[in-house]
Design a protein around this ligand. Sequence first.
Ligand code: ASP
Ligand code: MG
Length: 466
Amino acid sequence: MTLVMKFGGTSVGSSEAIQRTSEIVCDTQRDWSQLVVVVSAMSGVTDLLHEGAATAAAGNATAYREVANNLRRRHFKIISDLLPSSPEGQQLTAELDKFVERYESLCKAVLVLGELTPRALDAMTSIGERMSIRLLAAILRHQGHSAQAIDATELIVTDDSYQNAVPDLEKTKASTEARLRPLLDEGVVAVVTGFVGANEQGITTTLGRGGSDYSAAILGQALEALEVWIWTDVDGVMTADPRLVPEARTINTLSYREVAELAFYGAKVLHPKTIRPVIENDIPLRIKNTFNPQGAGTRIIQNSIQRNGKIKAVTAIRNLSLINVEGKGMLGVPGIAARTFGAVADSKVSVLLISQASSEQSICFAVPTGAADSVIASLEGEFSSELIRRDIDRIVAKENVAIVTVVGAGMQGTPGISGRLFSALGDQRVNIIAIAQGSSECSISMVVEEDDTAEAEKAIHALIVS
Ligand code: ASP
Ligand code: MG
């Protein structure tokens, strides 16, 4: 019986938090014969490592040293709190200090070269996780458990796409079985770096920001784990953002599809890539709160029980622009949509929502506001002759919009859901600018003015609780 648990940055972010985490690991170990613990860097550490590297690349010779001292301070504080004046504590201090020194020398190299490559950045940012696993493993050992820190560079085999590496399942399976299984068979708790991998040559890669959840899912798949648990600092997936909707509550069960829609549309509970490895093996995923371990959390399974017509959650993405390509000459002309999205793809921007009325006189789609100018420039280039002929009248961006998305697989085949949503928004005088519903009917997205986001979430949330 193998369980993979992942602890996020806040769960190892302070002495108290790491103490709780180690208690949770000890409690869990009683019920599971094989336990893998995936750990993020201490909260804020990955950002710090990035910042030091970027300032060095920009020619600043002092900022990265401050970062290094800050890293020492934060990690050493935990050692002095939890492993006071012990030989293990001293040894660990020396070991972590080496990692910080290595970071400093990489920063120095970046400073001299004046260039920060994605490969160097992966080597530098992986240091956060390399330190946190050693901390947690030492604390577990101090409490009498056999635990070992293992760098995922020895386990997760990826391609060469630094900063967004893609794991190879077969190779990862082979190295995990060879390296990890014998330890697990002996009852050792394996404490593994999240976020990190290595290519076939053994050069460090990372899986992208927030990628530790993904690491846990990959290891769960590779080890054919019975379950994967993600420990974080909230009680699970919520029905809405509690900062906008005070009545928001934890959802007990969700299907993989529903959680994937939520993760994509901005609910920051799980890294969106986490779902695929667990779906493929039908491994249940649980989200739990380190600071409230008795809470049930959210369970994510293949097919959650659906109550007809039930909306499960509402979420929003802000800072978007809605781009509109309009013209009377677009009617019945094949290829306009293909060329529109080809031009968007050329500017390397991903589109969040698309809507076209059947009158075919306009196509609109949402992109992050920061990308709007380059998308418009690319579209103007693509359609320069249509613009001159006035087949296309204008290409414009409407700024300051948000997408509010309603998720629930139970909406499928239930008439009247959109009617209820639109009336709820209408009652609050929230104007809907555009709408899209995928044919899976698992979510409906509405574009609203950014200022209306909170009102919209609240109005829709009232439909969930009622
Ligand atoms: N430490 C990494 C980050 O902050 C990975 C993670 O926390 O999931 O992005
Ligand atoms: Mg995270």
